[in-house]
Write a protein that binds this ligand. Structure first.
Ligand code: SF4
Ligand code: FES
Length: 223
């Protein structure tokens, strides 16, 4: 082999031999080859975060499924994106997520571009919305006095897409994550209203939120 020749990087995806480029994640490879792996915390514009675990796939030789959005493709691996076990896993995760907002997953589509994502996935994966009930995280900030963004954290599933888009796309860092577990809350600095934070009301957080927890107040008002 001369110096300019390169090894072709391949792996087996659902029985099909496919190529990938160095650094590509399993999710990116699978997507390029037409697989529709469910995701909730993924946004192609943002650094993968691995929070929701919905994008799990099976990799031969590993005991547990791995998050495809954060797993870099490796030479000669054998990957399965669909199986009865994965379907069960995704369904259970979605049912737990649905319990976060009391099973009320359908929202007005005017809330935002991605606001239907959770509802559509629940439908697609045949998940129930009433299987788990109990405590849920997030305290709504419906009284945030700004005319643009509704902050309905009762619907928040802690995917952190809003926080990441604000930091990575806008460079604003107007919102961040406070606390952990059921106490997790999306906050501004000192928990002030958005108007008193670094927020520029660009609307990126509304556009990426997959549950409608953040909503476009103007669109809802004009409906
Ligand atoms: S408000 Fe929306 S985008 Fe932000 S963490 Fe909650 S569900 Fe995700
Ligand atoms: S999409 Fe991969 S962990 Fe959420």
């Amino acid at each position: 082999m001369n110096e300019t020749e390169q090894i072709e990087l391949t792996l087996t995806l659902d029985g099909e031999l496919v190529t990938f480029t160095l650094g590509e994640t399993l999710y990116e490879v699978a997507q390029r080859y037409g697989r529709e792996i469910p995701t909730l915390c993924y946004d192609p514009r943002l650094e993968a975060f691995g929070a929701c675990r919905l994008c799990m796939v099976d990799v031969q030789g590993t005991r547990n499924p791995v998050a495809s959005c954060t797993t870099v493709a490796q030479l000669d691996t054998v990957v399965h994106t669909e199986s009865e076990r994965l379907a069960r896993h995704r369904r259970t995760l979605l049912e737990m997520v649905a319990s976060e907002n009391g099973g009320a997953v359908s929202v007005d589509p005017l809330r935002g571009y991605a606001s239907q994502e959770l509802g559509l996935l629940i439908e697609r994966c045949d998940a129930r919305t009433d299987r788990f009930a109990g405590a849920h995280s997030g305290t709504s900030k419906l009284d945030d006095a700004n005319p643009f963004i509704l902050r309905d954290y009762d619907r928040c599933i802690s995917c952190y897409r809003c926080v990441r888009v604000c930091a990575e796309q806008e460079g604003d860092y107007a919102i961040s994550i406070a606390n952990r577990g059921f106490q997790t809350q999306i906050v501004t600095e000192f928990d002030h209203d958005l108007r008193d934070s670094a927020c520029t009301f660009c609307g990126q957080c509304v556009q990426t939120c997959p549950t409608g927890a953040l909503a476009d107040r103007k669109a809802l008002r004009n409906a």
